[in-house]
Design a protein. Structure first.
Length: 332
């Protein structure tokens, strides 16, 4: 894998991403970026600088809102509405988008979903169904509802419109940190560290930033979905445990996502639960930023040494969501 080769054979184009960005702009936030002293976050090696992309400040509490609105605005929604399966954040986002657009929504989640995410789905007015212990169980339930009713399925990661939505995050970084969208302009950063679950965020960001900056995926060691797929040469069943299991532990990476990340992501690194918790607490202690476990994996990779930047490398860490109990994050 290499992260800076020409962006060939991608399923979406920069022009499509820009059209999607304009379409969803009234419904999503342009989330801020903040440059911090790496030492304040317990990062020993990031001499080129460290920037956080604060996507946990997005509407509905995570980056998933981009893909949710992209799906509902780019596709024809039947009267019966939409159905989605989610570990939590995608469900919150689809429920929020449906409420704002006046669309009926049914959300299937597993029992491992965080209480904060379940509460947010209920508060949106969506129909909530708790299906089984893992994301795969919820997905099976959502597919059965789709089959019975004709509801529009909104996949959490393996859907072209979902990728178009997450790709807008990469486009936004180019505007905020560099020369915008002009080919050949300085992007203002060298590397972006992206959390990996099913690969929807990583695939979208890589599709937009391929050939521009280095894209690195980060996933929990107890839910190595993409690592398993790369070793197998394609999507394959992986363990689904760990502290971030409600967000980063689908059984396998997406079929649409895999070719993008296999070709355009430089590498994938693994972090353990202790490193994730340490990163959550560092974000709170240094900047009073609340991040759920899945959102802290990029910082965990830097703090633990799973990813070591070069001396002049400027790194962006995507802090992807904050649908969690703030009290638990702030606890010593």
């Amino acid at each position: 894998m290499t992260g800076t080769e020409p962006a060939t054979e991608l399923p979406i184009t920069p022009a499509e991403v820009e059209r999607t960005r304009a379409l969803i702009a009234p419904w999503v936030r342009r989330t801020p970026v903040v440059a911090l002293d790496p030492a304040d976050l317990g990062v020993a090696q990031a001499p080129g600088g460290l920037v956080l992309k604060l996507e946990q400040l997005q509407r509905a509490g995570s980056f998933k809102t981009r893909g949710a609105f992209a799906n509902l605005l780019l596709r024809a929604v039947p009267d019966v509405g939409v159905v989605a399966a989610s570990g939590g954040n995608h469900g919150v986002a689809v429920a929020h988008a449906a409420q704002r657009l006046g669309v009926r929504a049914r959300i299937h989640v597993p029992t491992i979903s965080a209480p904060a995410k379940i509460a947010a789905i209920r508060a949106s007015g969506a129909d909530l169904v708790v299906d089984g212990d893992r994301y795969a169980d919820a997905l099976a339930g959502a597919r059965e509802w789709e089959r019975r009713t004709g509801a529009l399925p909104v996949h959490a990661f393996d859907q072209r419109e979902t990728l178009l939505g997450t790709a807008t995050l990469g486009a936004e970084l180019l505007v905020q940190l560099g020369g915008g969208h002009d080919p050949g302009s300085d992007p203002g950063f060298d590397t972006v560290l992206v959390p990996v679950g099913g690969g929807g965020l990583l695939g979208g960001v890589a599709a937009r930033l391929a050939g521009v900056v280095r894209v690195v995926g980060v996933e929990p060691v107890e839910a190595p979905t993409l690592t398993t797929a790369l070793a197998a040469g394609g999507p394959a069943d992986a363990p689904t445990g760990g502290i971030a299991a409600d967000a980063l532990a689908p059984r396998r990476v997406g079929e649409l996502v895999f070719p993008i990340v296999a070709r355009h992501v430089e590498r994938v690194v693994l972090v353990d639960d202790a490193a994730i918790v340490g990163a959550q607490r560092a974000l709170w202690a240094a900047a009073r930023l609340v991040a759920e476990p899945a959102a802290a994996v990029g910082l965990a990779a830097l703090r633990s040494g799973a990813y070591r930047p070069a001396p002049t490398e400027r790194v962006v860490v995507l802090v992807s969501g904050a649908n969690t109990d703030p009290g638990a994050v702030a606890a010593p």
